[in-house]
Design a protein around this ligand. Structure first.
Ligand SMILES: [Zn+2]
Length: 328
């Protein structure tokens, strides 16, 4: 049974901006709550859509776009139900960190959540059991965070045993977001991500990686803003017209390269470079022991470099890059 209390009502017509109050009883605040911001628009018949950002607190494009959407979108401009949460793991968003400083919770690994767990698990449980069931579509906007930068791609995730109709609609939707590259993640486990909830409840899930490095660019913000507007129009929540798009490239993601030991990573490639198996990913050097030879780190497969680590100092097990290539 959730202890989270919403100050908004999901049946009331009109636009409401309020809070999900997540109990957090601590020494300095015995009856304290974590207020997670939420906005709700309801206007007659139409699609039911949940948009979230700040699932990881250090990924900002979605947080900015959804905050502006709350300020700018009037209820008369929308039909159906729209729920927007711009900083879903609010304690992590305020701290500017991937995981919550309160419970070390990675919200995108915490689903289906726990109503009696730490704040991160309470938020996951509320989304899993109270929000995803009342919508048709979930859009969760990510970026690389502090440690990674991405060549942007939109993605959709579903279970292998999802209906053909859900798969087809998910693929059509992700291709309509205006992002030149899209990825399909078809597997049975959501791995504790928000998509664990959409898989369980058989809902459309749209995701994507839109930048990174723990900072913002105008191009990254524009990409997410465009994706949000196109998503709302695709499902019929708005009447905005968009010109047809060139067919995006459908990708598989693979080829993660991991650091064997601590050092300084010198990348040999840039985002969007095409590499072959055996090409140099980068060199690990040891400024604290300058006579020690550098270690070459190689790509094991061919593909496009779509993700690279941002901070140069690395530790054993850090992922410094991964690849993507055409589906099939
Ligand atoms: Zn993320």
């Amino acid at each position: 049974m959730t202890q989270v209390k919403a100050t908004v009502d999901f049946e009331t017509l009109g636009k409401q901006v309020g809070w999900l109050r997540v109990p957090h009883s601590v020494t300095r605040s015995a009856y304290g709550v974590i207020p997670v911001p939420i906005a709700v628009w309801r206007n007659g018949a139409g699609p039911a859509i949940l948009l979230t950002a700040g699932t990881h607190g250090d990924e900002y494009e979605g947080q900015v776009v959804l905050t502006r959407l709350i300020q700018q979108l009037d209820v008369k401009d929308i039909r159906g139900l729209l729920i927007v949460i711009p900083s879903l793991n609010t304690p992590a968003a305020i701290a500017g960190t991937r995981v919550s400083p309160l419970d070390e919770g990675n919200l995108n690994r915490a689903f289906p959540g726990d109503p009696s767990g730490g704040p991160t698990w309470k938020i996951a449980d509320y989304v899993h059991n109270h929000l995803v069931p009342i919508v048709d579509v979930v859009g969760d906007f990510h970026g690389g965070g502090t440690s990674l930068s991405y060549r942007p791609h939109a993605s959709t995730h579903y279970a292998p045993d999802a209906s053909d109709a859900l798969k087809a609609r998910s693929l059509a939707a992700v291709k309509a977001l205006g992002v030149p590259h899209v990825a399909i993640l078809e597997n049975s486990s959501g791995g504790g991500a928000v998509s664990t909830a959409t898989r369980k409840h058989n809902k459309i899930y749209l995701n994507g990686e839109y930048g990174g490095t723990g900072s913002l660019t105008q191009s990254g913000i524009a990409l997410v803003d465009n994706a949000v507007q196109r998503l709302l129009a695709f499902f019929g929540a708005t009447d905005r017209h968009f010109d047809p798009l060139p067919e995006p490239q459908v990708l598989r993601l693979f080829g993660h390269v991991y650091v064997p030991e601590p050092g300084v990573f010198v990348p040999a490639t840039e985002l969007d470079d095409a590499v072959k198996a055996g090409d140099l990913c980068g060199q690990l050097i040891f400024p604290e022991n300058p006579q020690r030879p550098a270690i070459d780190m190689l790509f094991e497969r061919a593909g496009d470099v779509v993700c690279q680590r941002h901070p140069a100092r690395v530790d054993r097990g850090d992922c410094v890059a991964h690849l993507a290539g055409p589906e099939g």
